[in-house]
Design a protein around this ligand. Structure first.
Ligand code: DX5
Ligand code: ZN
Length: 223
């Protein structure tokens, strides 16, 4: 199986006072995307960034911006994030009623449509909509905070997700988010994940660039 690991460095864990410097370090280490966690204080307890953060990152880096919306009614934010320059717009079907319509409107605005499932949400939610999905995100923590521990059951869910994508000949990128570190990335990679949203493991260390390289290195073993 030929897969390329995509490292999406999550700026949630960056030191905002040194954002430019830390983003440059992640980029120098070979990060593929910047992951932007948008939280509204309703779908998840915290409030983080809005479209202005995407605009700011756009000026700091050429990397594609992988925006993960943990918000209720994500449909209200498709336009502003498209205008700000998001490449991927990932939302939670748990947070909206008409998921298929949201997926369509994301593509219509020229972004990749991402579909994120909480640990408690069945994979079956994605099954009917695979043709409309460009990225399937399996959460390996309950969203809302960086620095949480990887939930082991995510590995089996990733395996089933990979099987589902292959069986349906879907080209959707399989992403995992939460608790990914040197200790967990190989397991998730071998289970079929190809994109990794990583916060604390990348930005919580001194050598950010070196850590990105090391994490990628751990994805080259036989899957
Ligand atoms: C969690 C966010 C994650 C977060 C991951 O709700 O969706 O993207 O940045 O952080 P770590 O890698 O520290 O678990
Ligand atoms: Zn995220």
């Amino acid at each position: 199986m030929s897969r390329n690991a995509h490292i999406a460095a999550s700026v949630l864990s960056a030191d905002l006072g040194k954002l430019a410097e830390q983003v440059a370090a992640a980029e120098a280490g070979g990060a593929d995307w910047l992951h932007v966690d948008v939280m509204d204080g309703r779908f998840v307890p915290q409030i983080t960034f809005g479209a202005n953060m995407v605009g700011a990152l756009k000026k700091l880096s050429k990397l594609p911006l992988d925006v993960h919306l943990m918000v209720v009614e994500p449909e209200r934010f498709v336009e502003p994030f498209a205008d700000a320059g998001a490449s991927v717009f990932t939302f939670h079907p748990e947070a909206t009623i008409h998921s298929q319509r949201v997926l369509g409107s994301i593509r219509a605005r020229g972004m990749k449509a991402g579909f994120a499932l909480n640990p408690g949400s069945p994979l079956a939610l994605a099954e009917e909509l695979l043709d409309d999905i460009d990225l399937l995100l399996i959460m390996s923590v309950n969203p809302g905070f960086g620095g949480q521990e990887y939930i082991p059951a995510a590995t089996e869910k990733l395996r089933r997700a990979r099987q589902l994508l292959s069986a349906r000949k879907s080209k959707a990128v399989l992403q995992v988010d939460g608790g990914i570190s040197r200790q967990t990335i190989t397991t998730a990679w071998q289970a079929g994940a190809e994109a990794f949203a990583i916060g604390s493991a990348v930005f919580g260390v001194k050598d950010i660039a070196g850590e990105v390289k090391e994490l990628r290195r751990r994805c080259t073993e036989k899957a």
